[in-house]
Design a protein around this ligand. Structure first.
Ligand SMILES: Cc1ncc(COP(=O)(O)O)c(C=O)c1O
Length: 501
């Protein structure tokens, strides 16, 4: 399969347009690797022992002028790239609220790339576009938003939060904000999110000209949920000071401790005060499929917009976020802009549908295919069971931590997130600690985390909880079992010894 040079009439090079047999041969090798990767995932180290310099030495080279054989590229992929990857599919890759991926969704991604539909509007691919609209409606049903809600898949949760806030801003300010920016707005707009809300809300506020300083951080209760009385106080104080409260962002699963804000109470305040309500359900939203968590999401049906990440708890490979709007007209007010090259000539509503009216993106890959294939192949019930099992593992881990004298829980278990720390001898079984002891524990746990990550048996990340350095486990993997929780703690204890704790 070495690429050959084109002759005068040979058309594109063989490398750009391989023969069907060459495609079959390459794909067979790729698919064989895919199957083997899934088979071997438990045996791999979660994190590689390497350095940027070592990798650069193996990968760095000048821009190739002549092509090379696909088999040699696959060798580099296997021997250098995969051998030095962090394996998010490993059952003890627990550092982040990120997904393991699934084989079916990965194959769907391959199919989407082959079809290469660019979903800008219905006309850019009637079949793919309709499939996205159907799948968006499945997502709506999964999270419990009312009929009539519409939306699109976007690159991820940060983009979804940006889109939700843009729609809220357009609703408040009207079309003038698109034409003149916020200069037409005399009073500063204020947005409210809990102290635990994700930083993509601040980023969105900055990009929308609202500004970080106008993101009000609302206090949280002992379970890290938004304190609704504090929300009301802040709205009143801002009004008195001449500012214009316009949107509250509730978190349905905070990134550090997994807290779900009291959505129905937040919705009631938003309604009473005339604020838009956006829910950041990027991490937690799909936990509504698990029967034991369902009630936590009561009130989400009142949200004006909901941001979700199928590339988190639907276990799908990146990238895939999703934004839902209860009033799709508000999104159009934010994003619809006429240009000759985007003029829609179709008139029937379904066929005149343009995805570019619902987010900042124009060219969009066919993300819906993997969501549709995964939901249709697995089914909502089995998804609910897998998520339920993740929730169970988190409770189990929390219990193991609580019954161990060398470990301490730093926050109540929230959805599938557990924050804890290691206590070396001399720090166990005691009451209040001095500030100096707390600082010692912070630095000991930092060393434990570094040693754990280097060890490769399990992977956690860091979390600051009440100002203290903690180890954070996020369980979003259908492969993770109760026994992995025991093995994780064994790995933490070994890392404590290696880290000199
Ligand atoms: C609660 C929450 N919101 C938003 C985001 C941003 O999502 P993304 O990384 O897909 O942009 C994250 C990411 O972890 C998150 O946990």
């Amino acid at each position: 399969m070495t690429p050959t040079k084109p002759g005068p009439d040979a058309g594109p090079t063989v490398a750009l347009d391989p023969s069907p047999d060459a495609i079959r041969a390459m794909a067979a090798e790729v698919i064989d690797w895919v199957a083997g990767y899934h088979e071997s995932i438990r045996e791999r180290a979660v994190f590689p022992r390497t350095s940027a310099q070592a990798l650069q030495e193996r990968l760095g080279e000048p821009l190739p002028q002549d092509g090379r054989d696909f088999a040699s590229l696959l060798d580099t992929f296997r021997d250098v790239v995969v051998a030095n990857a962090r394996h998010n599919a490993h059952p003890r890759s627990l550092g982040y609220v990120s997904s393991p991926g699934t084989a079916v969704a990965a194959l769907a991604d391959l199919l989407a790339s082959v079809l290469n539909a660019n979903l800008t509007a219905w006309r850019s691919g009637p079949g793919p576009a309709q499939l996205e609209r159907v799948t968006i409606d499945w997502v709506r049903q999964a999270v419990g938003c009312p009929e009539g809600t519409d939306g699109v898949f976007v690159s991820g949760g940060s983009m979804a939060n940006l889109a939700g806030l843009a729609a809220a801003r357009a609703r408040r300010c009207g079309p003038a904000v698109n034409a003149e920016g916020l200069s037409a707005q005399h009073r500063p707009l204020r947005v409210y999110v809990s102290e635990e809300g994700h930083h993509s809300v601040d980023k969105a506020a900055a990009l929308l000209g609202i500004g970080h300083a106008n993101v009000r951080r609302v206090a949280v209760d002992a379970r890290f949920r938004m304190d609704v009385a504090d929300l009301e106080r802040r709205i009143a104080a801002d009004r008195d000071a001449g500012a214009e409260p316009f949107c509250v962002v509730a978190s349905a699963g905070t990134v550090v401790t997994g807290a779900v804000d009291p959505l129905a109470d937040v919705a009631a305040v938003a309604r009473r005060e005339g604020l838009a309500m956006h829910v950041d359900a990027c991490y937690g939203g799909f936990a509504r499929l698990a029967p034991s968590a369902r009630r936590l999401f009561d009130g989400i049906e009142d949200a004006d917009s909901v941001a979700l990440d199928p590339h988190k708890w639907l276990y799908l490979p990146v990238d895939c976020g999703c934004i839902l709007y209860r009033d799709p007209g508000a999104a159009r007010a934010a994003f619809a802009l006429g240009a000759d090259y985007t003029r829609v000539l179709e008139t029937a509503p379904g066929e005149a549908f343009a995805f570019w009216d619902y987010s900042p993106e124009l060219s969009r890959r066919f993300r819906a295919l993997k969501v549709w294939m995964a939901l249709a192949h697995v089914g909502a019930r089995a998804y609910g069971e897998a998520i339920e099992s993740n929730l169970d593992c988190a409770v189990h881990l929390g219990g193991l931590v609580e019954e161990s004298e060398d470990l301490e829980l730093l926050a109540p278990v929230g959805l599938s997130i557990v924050c804890f720390r290691y206590l070396p001898a001399g720090f166990r079984g005691r009451g209040a600690r001095t500030a100096e002891e707390e600082a010692q524990l912070d630095s000991i746990n930092e060393r434990v985390l570094v040693a754990l990550q280097r060890d490769g048996g399990s992977y956690l990340s860091n979390a600051t909880v009440h100002g203290r350095f903690g180890l954070r486990a996020c369980i979003l993997n259908y492969r993770t079992m109760r026994d992995d929780m025991r093995r994780l703690l064994d790995d933490v204890r070994r890392a404590a010894v290696e880290g000199g704790a």
